[in-house]
Design a binder for this molecule. Structure first.
Ligand code: UD1
Ligand code: MG
Length: 450
């Protein structure tokens, strides 16, 4: 079936108490809007239309960052959900197929649910997504008869009997696009809120002899975000779902509740993740790697069999090849580490390239920043960087080269050379003993005075 998505995202979200438009608040590092757009992606839509209003410039930017082909239309006054959908009409000019309406603040509708709606469209003109609400509170109520949906009543307009119905409206609607717009044309605003309700299309459809039905989904999918507390709840739901999905795919999480994932975290089979690991956006971990406790990763790639942490930080552009080792208190940024490279302790490797099997000693720093520009460090393969080496970039250390511990390397080191750049050592025989004696005597004199 050919599908177009209409994502409603014009509302202000006053209860968020924020300058940021509601749909741009983040869940697992992605704006809520991206979650909604991604959910709709399950139907491989031919067109994606986002209805923006409050903070339209920011919403437009976010929508097109997710999908450069997304059409963003403006709803300058928020006159209701039917009015919002009507704004999508010009963007769907010449489109033939189904339109599916999603809400930008309802991020977790599953692909399975949307496919069930598409299936139900084969036998009904209008399909509404409903759920049995544990607490129906202010949701619109679905009035049904058998599998037919007769009408939707908004809470404010509902009778006590209607308010007793637990089957509620999620807001997601599917219908043939031309039918949908024709139904919306007939929607008025004579109701308790004075708004054009999208929900009215159901009773209008019935009057026109069209059929409507309900597809049900678990309430967790229809969770809407209206406040910061809802946002935190949505984050928890996302995290729980993402952890379960990873475990089902063959990832070991020793303490699942303590691992924080991003919306796009990719983790391969037989990866083991220890407690308290945080994934920022853009991380891929390949098969058989191990991420040890208290590590923080973002925008990086971890190769197969690599071991990261405990207490490691991988920043954007860190690319670790197969069987690399990144140990405690090591930070890697914008650097490619080839197969078998070891950086085991207390180091900063940034804007760098490290060849296969090279060993970077404890306390090594690539001094990449001169206060204005960033410079690169290139280390060849099978090199040995002694502990506490400062590599003042731009600088190159050749294949099989060594740097002596405590060196400050400011010039290139040829292949196979040893670079030694530190002060010579002098030993003074017996001087330590004499110094200790003098100091202890001094301390004794001072304590007598007091
Ligand atoms: C709506 C439904 C209600 C359903 C509930 C589910 C209607 C009339 N009511 O009520 O049956 O149970 O959602 O959460 O549809 N929006 C616009 N422009 C507008 C108005 C709204 O873009 O003019 C957007 C909002 O940003 C939001 C969505 O549409 O993403 C829903 O609007 P909201 O005001 O939250 O509707 P509810 O009163 O919650
Ligand atoms: Mg709402």
């Amino acid at each position: 079936m050919t599908v177009a998505l209409i994502v409603l995202a014009a509302g202000k979200g006053s209860r968020m108490k924020s300058d940021l438009p509601k749909v741009l608040h983040r869940i697992a590092h992605a704006p809520m809007l991206w979650h909604a757009m991604r959910a709709g992606g399950a139907l491989t839509p031919e067109r994606m239309v986002v209805v923006a209003g409050h903070g339209a410039a920011q919403v437009t930017q976010a929508a097109q960052a997710f999908d450069p082909a997304a059409h963003v239309v403006l709803q300058t006054k928020q006159l209701g959900t039917a009015h919002a959908v009507a704004q999508a009409r010009p963007a769907l000019d010449g489109f033939a197929g189904d339109a599916i309406v999603l809400y930008g603040d309802t991020p977790f509708i599953s692909g399975e649910t949307l496919r069930a709606m598409a299936e139900a469209r084969k036998t009904h003109d209008v399909v509404v997504l409903g759920f049995d609400a544990a607490d129906p509170s202010r949701y619109g109520r679905l009035v049904t008869e058998g599998d037919r949906l007769l009408r939707i009543v908004e809470f404010n307009d509902a009778s006590p009997e209607e308010r007793a119905i637990r089957l509620c409206n999620s807001g997601v609607v599917a219908a043939d696009a031309q039918t949908l717009f024709a139904l919306i044309d007939a929607v008025g605003n004579d109701n308790a809120s004075g708004e054009y309700y999208l929900t009215d299309i159901v009773s209008i459809a019935a009057e026109k002899g069209l059929s409507a039905t309900v597809v049900r989904c678990p309430e967790s999918e229809t969770l809407g975000v209206n406040s910061r507390a809802d946002l935190a709840r949505a984050e928890a739901i996302f995290q729980a779902g993402a952890r379960t999905a990873l475990m089902a795919k063959g990832v070991t999480l020793q303490a699942p509740d303590s691992v924080h994932l991003a919306w796009d975290t990719k983790i391969g089979c037989d990866v083991e993740i220890e407690p308290n690991v945080v994934f920022g956006p853009g991380v891929a971990v390949e098969d058989g790697a191990r991420i040890r406790a208290f590590s923080h990763l973002e925008g990086c790639q971890v190769g197969p069999g690599a071991v990261v942490g405990p207490y490691a930080r991988l920043r954007p552009g860190a690319t670790l090849a197969q069987d690399t080792r990144i140990g405690n208190f090591v930070e890697i940024k914008n650097a490619r580490l080839a197969e078998g490279v070891k950086v085991n302790h207390l180091s900063y490797i940034g804007d760098a390239e490290v060849g296969a099997r090279s060993n970077i000693g404890a306390g090594t720093v690539t001094c990449n920043y001169d206060g204005v520009f960033k410079h690169r460090t290139v280390i060849g393969q099978d090199a040995f960087i002694g502990s506490d080496t400062m590599l003042v970039a731009p600088v190159t250390v050749g294949d099989g080269a060594m740097t002596a511990s405590g060196s400050t390397i400011t010039r290139d080191v040829p292949d196979g050379a040893l670079a030694l750049a530190r002060a010579d050592q002098t030993n003074k025989p017996g001087l330590a003993v004499r110094l200790f004696e003098r100091l202890r005597a001094q301390k004794a004199r001072l304590s007598k005075k007091t």
